[in-house]
Design a protein around this ligand. Sequence first.
Ligand SMILES: Cc1ncc(COP(=O)(O)O)c(C=O)c1O
Length: 444
Amino acid sequence: MNAIPKSSAVPADLDAFWMPFTANRQFKANPRLLARAEGLYYWTPEGRQVLDGTSGLWCVNAGHGRKEITDAVAKQIAVMDYAPPFQMGHPIAFEFASALAEITPRGLDRVFFTNSGSESVDTALKIAIAYHRVRGEGARSRLIGRERGYHGVGFGGITVGGMVNNRKYFGTMLPGVDHLRHTHDPARNAFSQGLPAHGAELADDLERPVALHDASTIAAVIVEPIAGSTGVLLPPRGYLKRLRELCTKHGILLIFDEVITGFGRTGSAFAAQEFDVVPDMITCAKGLTNGAVPMGAVFVKREIHDAFMTGPPGSIELFHGYTYSAHPIACAAGLATQRIYRNEGLFERVRAIAPYWSDAVHALKGRRHVVDLRAYGLVAGIDLSPRDGAPGARAYDALVAAFNAGLLIRITGDTIALSPPFIIERKDIDRIFETLGAIIDRLD
Ligand SMILES: Cc1ncc(COP(=O)(O)O)c(C=O)c1O
């Protein structure tokens, strides 16, 4: 192991950094620090190895410390550190967009760059509303999300999202938003292998806001094909197809938020391809650059893009964009990432190892506290029964115990969510589930 650089030592002062989505006081009383990463592993500042069961935060799909990405970033920053993306362009942005258009679902070959999943979501929602307006259907401004959805933390994203704590502190949010019911139904689907059998009819929920407001007022529906942040909720068989049919019938755009499912997590480049449903837009981030440089993107159907290209040629078609849209360093990281995915056949690798992964997950059935198990591609959700009067506490104990035992897991409520890098091997999967099984057995 290389020596740990000085900046990776435990900092003397933890007060100034207000940590995101973290119990700050609890953390700072007992910090869990990661200082170095390579392949499937992190190392703590003390040099303890931790197996990354979560690809960082669902983003380091090709594993850590990929030299190809480091080299591409170093080269690009030396050649040109930054260039403005408004009314100016730089070659690598066009090259990267064209490369991405080769792997997106049929027809989604126009790419708008952002810096995060949250920005991708707000961008897609804005494009949807503006699209209807430029076509003369400006009354279509309502948006529809889903309960238990997570679409980042912008005002658009939290409004269409369906997680109460992400919403309740932030006022009235956007007007004109409705929600479909979520599809999680353990009474009928607990311990399903593959996609759950029951719940396709929940897509018909879309008929309710249509009946209430009329389709002519609704711009778009946004869903995660697999809801990640609320605990790996898999789509019931036929659900996404049904939603597609209803959106088409009512002229409503369908947006898939593929921030976690994009770039191979299901075994296909996108869940849209895996589940054979073509949405009108896809939002992504995370695996776009293997997490190495912040970046997001929205893939847009060509006819949506083209609907904007109609006014006087000298007019700006979409008044939207970010200082760092298509940042050259992010594009370099992204191009190198996509080359790794392709050259190493990493998405196919997910598909090949997924049955072994699923078997390992489902082998936890019968352990204490385990009330449901879900697995697909290289994702798993493990539901623990909540401790009386202390929801989330049991899973938090599992997180701490796993970290102490050299395994990084993620928790949401009392669900353990796993999403390891695609370079994982069977022996690593065995190690994850041996460690986790023993931890779950010891939980109060
Ligand atoms: C489905 C989904 N959408 C949006 C986001 C937000 O992405 P970011 O944290 O990059 O803003 C996430 C993050 O986990 C996500 O899972």
